[in-house]
Structures are given as structure tokens and as C-alpha cells.
Design a protein. Structure first.
Length: 163
């Protein structure tokens, strides 16, 4: 055979030709025992949704299994809702006491002590709890206290204790 010439393949009679499609040996619609239909899920195998099939049923995946849990390690969980208490939990001006007044040429400051012993230094316009400091007198301070819904605003006067 000369070099560079295409080689021809001769097959024996009844043998399949290489590259030619093979004929089907069974009739269309006939099934072979143990054969699976193309595209049918295998029992017990995961489906595209991720859940295994059981005897032809599709079992939905457990949504709580995929959700990560927060590891608090002694800290507050930021994903839990907080309970907010109105009124009773916050600081009120009526519960505080005036412990001192500091005056200078330019301004005056009020020294206020909360029931828990924490001290606050306030100037007119500052807020403390449910009130806003309006004015600082020689021996007293005046707060405008936020009123509850529908009630008029109140004024609370704290006097300096004379001991």
C-alpha cells in the first residue's frame, strides 16, 4: 500500500461496521428485567432537591438541618429579639436627686445622682431619663418631663438638699 493513501477497512459479513450505529435488539416499549428507564431516580439515591427517594416518594429535606446555630460563648445572641420595657425600666427624673450646682462666669452645671448611685453632670438642654433640663437656679433645677400619650407635659423641680 502506498504511503499517504487512505486505508480502507473491510469488515466480515454480519459484523458491525466501525463508526456505524448498532441496531436495537429488542422491540420498542419492551423492558428488560432490572433495567432502569433513562432519567428515572434510583430508589435511595439523592434527587436534584437533595432528598433521598423512598419507594417512589420524594421526601422533603429537613430545613433545620441546614441552618447554622450561633455559638454564644457567654455573649448575648444578636439574633434573638430583645424585650423592651417602657416606663418602669428606665431612669426617671423624679427618682433622682440634686447633689450640687457648679457656677462659672459663662455657664452653670447641675450634679444629679440616680438611685443606683451613678452621678450625672448636666447643663441646660441636656436630657436625663424621661426629662430635659430647662434651667439651673441658685439652689434648684427645673426639668421638663415627657408626658405620656394624651397628657400635658409636666415640670419637675429638684431642690438642693440643705444639710
Amino acid at each position: 500500500m502506498p504511503t499517504g493513501a487512505p486505508a480502507s477497512v473491510v469488515a466480515a459479513p454480519g459484523a458491525p461496521t466501525p463508526g456505524a450505529p448498532t441496531p436495537a435488539t429488542s422491540a420498542p416499549g419492551a423492558s428488560t428485567p432490572g433495567a432502569m428507564t433513562p432519567g428515572a431516580p434510583t430508589p435511595g439515591a439523592p434527587t436534584p432537591g437533595g432528598a433521598p427517594t423512598v419507594a417512589g416518594e420524594n421526601v422533603p429535606p429537613d430545613p433545620s438541618a441546614a441552618v447554622p446555630k450561633y455559638q454564644s460563648r457567654g455573649r448575648r445572641d444578636p439574633f434573638e429579639t430583645l424585650e423592651v420595657r417602657e416606663g418602669s425600666g428606665g431612669l426617671t427624673v423624679a427618682a433622682t436627686r440634686l447633689t450640687g450646682i457648679i457656677r462659672s462666669n459663662r455657664s452653670a452645671l447641675a450634679l444629679i445622682e440616680a438611685p443606683d448611685g451613678i452621678g450625672y453632670i448636666l447643663k441646660p438642654g441636656d436630657t436625663l431619663g424621661d426629662g430635659r433640663l430647662l434651667e439651673i437656679g441658685s439652689d434648684s433645677v427645673v426639668f421638663a418631663v415627657a408626658a405620656k400619650a394624651g397628657a400635658p407635659g409636666n415640670r419637675v423641680v429638684l431642690k438642693l438638699a440643705t444639710n
